[in-house]
Design a protein around this ligand. Structure first.
Ligand SMILES: [Zn+2]
Length: 582
């Protein structure tokens, strides 16, 4: 039976007079489509739109696949729409907000709300514009996201509501059926030893593991990927795991997080013939892919092109049900991947892209040794996603600070990436400025200058993901400018919540002062430059901790760790509370 979630007043087409409208979910709506329809009604209500009974509705917004949607859009073959494909179409006085399943109609709702100005900056900050009525141009849109897999991997993104509204579809966001589901892996990465455990097999089958300098070993090593007996055991383990995990769309069969590929004659002959250590790794992935395709036709095998396997083989092609995840870990992140400084990696993207239709990228967007410290990469996020999209990349995993809030410009970066993963053609600069205005209010101008300052600093100096607090782009004159801009931003903030957001952003630069205190003080003193902070490092550290631990609105949780090694904020501040000798 048709249900009416809400009735609203809306202008459709060129606004002349308000029309009475209703939000009408499909009678066959899924859980997620119903939920999205409810959200549409809720946000329209928050915008201040008047609600009228359905019998008085001159305009209806039809959500999802239904008889009405089919009647209004007879040219659309609804069953053949992509699983995330969106339809937004004005027909007469009505509006069809539909799409494929499971997430097309869901995303259609949020794309419509986005057009109406709603923004979900973070789980704790949403902007809903107030309006008298809703002026919409006549719509005829059919679109889908540029990437099939989209995961900006930041701590606050793991909120399923935020992820769904921003069209993120990974697995850590826990997108259940009501959120349209996500992309679920069996195993996620570095699965060689979980699949063929050395403690179970090494004693009886040392030949299944890497031959290094004439000895079989499992010490920071890999599998002997060409060993046929090992392959059969691994395949059976993959099948067993997939039978137990029907949600999985991808199974990871990927190298361990170290080097030491097998040096046996068979592995090396293959690597040599193909000109890359990726060949023996890909050969194993292909073997598993062939072995599972009949029983699991919808599951893909994921393997890495990472460190020693980054270069593509000359001729060996991944099977159609293999995903290659190419990792950018060695790159210079202060400049786009198309820059001369990243030429090798850009070539790897192009080479892999020629071999496969299922190329994913594992990209790095934070400093893992110092999450809080600036990694000035805001300006490269857009160009990099555009480069991926233009070179046939189908999925993007952007690994950020995933352990805690507080990562450098985490809120801005995660939001920008989610938008650009939908459409890498969007203007990154426009998105950036929009976020700064929406999230930081009156402090936006100073923070925009700070982002420019840091981006410019990294553009001419190398920037890597394990840089220390003495990285060249964190030189004293740059820090002094940055400190001054954050102080201006705090003064401009106005209300308490904006000030809290600004202070959290300011933690990054303060983190560098604290970590590199002695050297910076010496330099300031020797060069006669002013010292912009109190003389006591302990005082600065304690103020830092009070901001990091401060409470915030619902959806926010205090900063808990400062790096991937999980050093707690308390341990960091304790270490910083000792006054270094002058
Ligand atoms: Zn081998």
């Amino acid at each position: 039976m048709r249900s009416t979630v809400a009735l609203v007043t809306l202008f459709v087409g060129i606004a002349v007079a308000p029309a009475q409208i209703a939000v009408v979910p499909s009678p066959e709506a899924t859980l997620a489509e119903n939920r999205a329809a409810g959200e549409l009604a809720k946000y329209l209500g928050e915008m201040g739109v008047n609600i009228v009974p359905i019998s008085k509705a001159a305009t209806k917004i039809y959500i999802g696949q239904s008889r009405q949607a089919a009647r209004l859009c007879p040219d659309i073959d609804w069953k053949r729409l992509g699983n995330e494909e969106v339809i937004l179409r004005t027909v007469g006085d009505d509006l069809v907000v539909g799409g494929g399943r499971p997430r097309g109609s869901v995303y259609a709702v949020y794309r419509l709300l986005d057009r109406l100005g709603t923004r979900w900056w973070t789980p704790w900050a949403t902007s809903v514009p107030k309006r008298r009525g809703l002026a919409l141009p006549r719509l005829n849109i059919r679109e889908k996201p540029a990437f099939e897999y989209r995961e900006p991997f930041w701590f606050h993104v793991f909120d399923p509501d935020w992820a769904m509204r921003n069209a993120v579809n990974g697995q850590t966001e826990n997108l259940d059926e009501a959120h349209g589901g996500g992309t679920y892996y069996e195993g996620f990465v570095h699965t060689y030893y979980p699949l063929v455990p050395p403690e179970k097999y090494f004693a009886t089958h040392p030949e299944w593991y890497s031959l290094i300098n004439g000895k079989r070993t499992t010490d920071n090593a890999q599998l002997c990927t060409t060993n046929l007996e090992m392959r059969r055991v691994l395949l059976e383990e993959v099948k067993r795991r997939l039978r137990a995990n029907p949600k999985a769309a991808i199974v990871s069969v990927s190298q361990n997080d170290c080097f030491n590929p097998c040096q046996c004659d068979v592995c090396q002959a293959l690597a040599k013939a193909e000109g890359s250590e990726s060949a023996p790794v890909l050969a194993l992935a292909n073997f598993v892919a062939d072995g599972i395709k009949d029983e699991f036709p919808k599951v893909a095998v994921d393997t890495l092109a990472y460190q020693y396997t980054r270069h593509a083989p000359k001729t060996l092609r991944p099977r159609p049900n293999v995903i290659v995840r190419l990792c950018s870990i060695e790159c210079d992140f202060g400049v786009p991947l198309t820059h001369a400084r990243n030429k090798d990696f850009a070539n790897d993207v192009r080479d892999w892209s020629r071999l496969t239709q299922r190329l994913y990228v594992w990209d790095y967007v934070t400093n893992f040794a110092h999450y809080i410290q600036p990694l000035p990469n805001v300006g490269v996020l857009g160009p990099n996603l555009k480069f991926f999209s233009e070179n046939g990349v189908k999925g993007v995993f952007e690994e950020g600070d995933y352990n805690s809030n507080g990562g450098d410009m985490a809120e801005l970066k995660a939001w920008m990436m989610a938008q650009l993963m939908w459409s890498p053609k969007a203007s990154p600069r426009k998105l950036r400025d929009e976020f700064l205005r929406g999230y930081y209010g009156k402090a936006a101008t100073a923070i925009g200058k700070y982002v420019d300052l840091m981006d410019a600093a990294a553009a001419t100096r190398p920037a890597h993901i394990y840089d220390g607090p003495n990285a060249p782009y964190l030189a004293l004159p740059i820090l002094q400018n940055a400190e001054s801009l954050w102080t201006q931003a705090e003064r401009a903030a106005g209300d308490a919540e904006t000030l809290r957001r600004v202070k959290v952003g300011h933690l990054s630069i303060r983190y560098v002062w604290l970590r590199n205190w002695a050297a910076l003080r010496r330099e300031a003193s020797n060069s006669g430059q002013p010292w912009p902070l109190p003389d006591s490092r302990k005082a600065v550290a304690e103020e830092w901790l009070s901001v990091a631990k401060s409470a915030g609105p619902r959806g926010w949780s205090p900063v808990s760790v400062v790096n991937e090694g999980s050093q707690s904020v308390e341990a960091f501040v304790k270490a910083m509370s000792v006054q270094p000798p002058p």
